[in-house]
Design a protein around this ligand. Structure first.
Ligand SMILES: O=c1ccn([C@@H]2O[C@H](COP(=O)(O)OP(=O)(O)O[C@H]3O[C@H](CO)[C@H](O)[C@H](O)[C@H]3O)[C@@H](O)[C@H]2O)c(=O)[nH]1
Length: 344
């Protein structure tokens, strides 16, 4: 990937769905060292064996622990911060765990990156951080706020550039709905649909990696990038998968909304878009770099008026069943599931 003169990078959460794809991409390029910081030695071992590349270096540790973060950060020129608790239900039941990892852990990554003069830190956020209603989204919104505060604090001339990316549902990520629906279809169980009209942005893993690369290449202090993306209803997603796996009339069971779910997700608010830069496939949301000068806040205030709507999964490009089917077919994860699969 186009990491310029960067020789050594760190991917926190490097054994997750995003992390592994990122690590693969990085190793395809001319890079000296890719560090992976994560907690699970078994996942690290599996990735080590799969990669068989001495340039990949594994650090066991937890971002909650400043020491282990420092050790992994020291000496790298770029950090891609993907480690997180990202399951909505688990964060809902254990919100303090989300605080420990997504808030305090991210603060460790931000501080260590500044301290060790890392050139670029890109932090991964989610659409669930916009107008958040669940603990996962709230903790990620806090991470975004910490990035903004640190960016204002160190200023545009600092050695470290800190940015965020925000994206929607990554298709086929571990524990998400697509692998679940595929399993249900293959096992002849009903597809469990929460609310057929619920929509989600659909982002292939490759696009999430491209977004992070875009942020790395274009970030100014405190920027947040989003990629424009298509969405579909859950009903259409279920139908497309059932058709693909040769069971067009597969039974569907309505299970109702889960804890703290939204009918649709918002990638950027109208207010944010009011000052954003349209970069084609991407938006750059700018840091509000006014300082804590209350007179300016209250007598001058923010004069830009938002002229558009929020950008959300109900009003973005909507894929129909055929559109979802084509997108699914382009994913290596789905292709692997289809290989050798014949119904019955
Ligand atoms: O049995 C199920 C499970 C889910 N859904 C629906 O499918 C959609 C997607 O559900 P996922 O569990 O795949 O994703 P979430 O939107 O809940 O959240 C996901 O996307 C987040 C990013 O926005 C995080 O990555 C998070 O880990 C991941 O679970 C939702 O509308 C959900 O209601 C069903 O219809 N049936």
């Amino acid at each position: 990937m186009g990491t310029g003169k960067v020789r050594r990078v760190l991917v926190t959460g490097g054994t997750g769905s995003f992390g592994k794809t990122m690590v693969h991409e990085l190793l395809r390029g001319d890079i000296e060292e890719v560090r992976i910081l994560s907690r699970d030695e078994e996942k690290q071992d599996a990735l080590r064996n799969r990669l068989g590349d001495a340039r990949a270096r594994f650090f066991i540790g937890d971002i909650r622990d400043r020491e282990s973060v420092s050790r992994a950060v020291k000496g790298v020129e770029a950090v891609f911060h993907a480690a997180a608790l990202k399951q909505v239900p688990s964060c809902e039941f254990f919100p303090m765990e989300a605080v420990r990892t997504n808030v305090l852990g991210s603060e460790n990554v931000i501080r260590a990156s500044i301290e060790h003069g890392v050139g670029s830190l890109v932090c991964l956020s989610t659409d669930k951080a916009v107008q958040p209603i669940n603990a996962m989204g709230i903790s990620k919104a806090m991470m975004e706020k910490m990035v903004q505060a640190a960016s204002r604090e160190i200023g545009p001339e600092a050695a470290t550039t800190i940015s965020c990316v925000r994206y929607g549902n990554v298709m086929c990520s571990r524990g998400s709905v697509i692998p679940l629906f595929i399993r249900q279809i293959k096992n002849g169980q009903p597809i469990t649909v929460t609310e057929p009209n619920m929509t989600r942005f659909l982002m292939p893993l490759r696009d999430s990696v491209a977004l992070v690369r875009f942020a790395f290449e274009h970030a100014r202090q405190g920027d947040l990038f989003i990629k424009k993306a298509a969405a579909s209803t859950i009903a259409d997603l279920a139908t497309a998968l059932a058709e693909l796996f040769g069971s067009p009339n597969h039974p569907v069971k309505a299970i109702g909304w889960r804890h703290a779910e939204k009918l649709y997700e918002t990638l950027a608010s109208a207010q944010e878009l009011g000052t954003a830069e349209d970069m084609g496939d991407y938006w750059r949301l700018r840091l509000d770099d006014r300082d804590l000068n209350y007179a300016a806040y209250f007598s001058e205030g923010e004069t830009t008026t938002a002229t558009m709507d929020d950008y959300h999964s109900h009003n973005t490009e909507r894929l129909d069943v055929e559109g979802v089917r084509q997108l699914l077919l382009s994913l290596p994860e789905v292709q692997a599931e289809l290989e050798g699969w014949t119904r019955g």
